[in-house]
Design a protein around this ligand. Structure first.
Ligand SMILES: Cc1ncc(COP(=O)(O)O)c(C=O)c1O
Length: 418
């Protein structure tokens, strides 16, 4: 088993974030996150509050028709101009810039939840009669989107393991898009994103991915050749379990146009207060993420020492099959892991009920630890899952003391078989 010191060394050897040129020279993402979204100086007083206020308004007023004309012509040229509240004001614009910095994107479009951002991507990129190939490890509710709205619109969906070979076998003359999630939902299966990007380019398909796991800080799919990155800001970007948020991030001008026009037509809009909360939360993303990742590795180490543990699913764990891809493509990890335990359903329920510090709940990415007893019917869709009767438990490892978190797991495991 790898020793903790070497695991931690692995985490500290992450590649440095890519440099980005600003007017003061190159700065790193950690720096940008502290200097973005500050209030502008007042031209008269040459002073400004540090924090940008939550700019709540339903509309915008103009001093003259000429000012409105100028705003409309800027908008027609593709600039981000607000002539009505739905487009979002400075607070929203600052958050869009933060998402662009995180993801290395030219443009970002905000949505009121992660799932609505997924929906926006599908509706913007697909037409009636099109076919899309979806990774079988994608976030479960994508299947609900397929079975309801996409089916009604005449958009066909196939699911398969997310490798170029498997996807090639699903190609149809009307295939237009590949939609994946890396690492995959529930079992954190690492995908070879550069290989999928090459496959998509060869077949002239748009490659979209859910990047909620990486949230732009530890994984940047657009840099690896993906065309569209979708992020549930509800998770690590917000980071405090107090808001719902999504974003669709793009580089290519034609994709910017398509996502932008659908975003506008569908009336996607988020509250200024949620944008403000996300801006506030994201400043600590780097330190939160590092701490979640450190704690999660220590939990892996503890669980690996327990006789009940059959398998760990966490790409930063050296024995995870995706570890090499993770080392190649990611610059860090997070607090998510799943563990297969040699417990039957009744014992697993007793284990979960005995946990005192892990809330029983579905989300992740906040400051707190959470536990989910994963339903086998949800795992059945994942080709990565070798079906057994063992319990699978997904943990979000929060920012509590790692000693307390491990002690809690230990006492709960002891009770599971009692
Ligand atoms: C991977 C992933 N993508 C998207 C979503 C949807 O985000 P939201 O809950 O903000 O709609 C979730 C939510 O759990 C998720 O886990």
């Amino acid at each position: 088993m790898p020793c903790l010191a070497s695991l931690m060394q692995g985490l500290s050897q992450f590649k440095l974030p890519s440099e980005v040129m600003t007017h003061t020279g190159p700065t790193r993402l950690e720096t940008q996150l502290q200097h973005s979204g500050l209030a502008e100086f007042n031209p008269k007083t040459q002073s400004a509050p540090v924090a940008l206020p939550s700019m709540r308004t339903s509309t915008v007023r103009f001093a003259s028709m000429e000012a409105l004309d100028e705003a409309l012509s800027d908008w027609a040229r593709g600039e981000r101009v607000a002539t009505y509240g739905r487009a979002g004001m400075d607070t929203h614009a600052a958050l869009e810039r933060v998402f662009c910095q995180l993801e290395g994107a030219q443009r970002g479009f905000l949505a009121p939840s992660g799932l609505s951002a997924v929906t926006l991507a599908f509706l913007a990129l697909l037409n009636t009669g099109d076919h899309v190939i979806v990774a079988d490890c994608a976030y479960g509710p994508v299947r609900r989107l397929d079975q309801t709205v996409l089916r009604r619109l005449g958009i066909e969906v196939s699911y398969c393991p997310a490798t170029p070979d498997q996807m090639a076998s699903q190609l149809r003359p009307n295939t237009r898009m590949v939609y994946v999630e890396s690492p995959g939902s529930l079992l954190f299966e690492m995908l070879d994103i550069p290989a999928l990007a090459q496959f998509s380019r060869e077949h002239k398909l748009v490659l979209a991915t859910d990047n909620t796991w990486g949230s732009g800080y530890v994984y940047r799919p657009l840099d690896l050749g993906v065309d569209v990155s979708v992020v549930a800001g509800t998770k690590y970007v917000g980071g405090h379990s107090d808001l719902m948020l999504g974003a669709v991030m793009v580089n290519d001008p034609e994709l910017v146009r398509r996502v932008g026009e659908t975003h506008y037509a569908m009336g996607y809009s988020i509250s200024a207060d949620d944008a403000w909360l996300a801006l506030r939360g994201v400043r600590t993303l780097p330190i939160r993420m590092r701490e979640h990742a450190r704690n999660a590795l220590q939990v892996c180490e503890f669980l690996a020492s327990r006789p009940e543990t059959v398998r760990l699913y966490h790409p930063a764990w050296p024995q995870d099959p995706g570890h090499t891809l993770w080392q190649r493509d990611c610059r860090g990890s997070n607090g998510m892991l799943s563990v297969e335990l040699a417990l039957n359903n009744e014992q697993a329920r007793r284990f979960v009920n005995a946990l005192k510090l892990y809330g029983i709940g579905y989300s992740w990415g906040g400051f707190e630890s959470l536990v989910e007893l994963v339903d086998h019917s949800a795992l059945a869709f994942h080709s990565y899952w070798t079906a057994t009767d063992n319990a699978v438990v997904r943990l979000h490892i929060g920012l509590e003391s790692i000693d307390d978190l491990i002690a809690d797991l230990s006492q709960a495991l002891d009770k599971a078989k009692a």
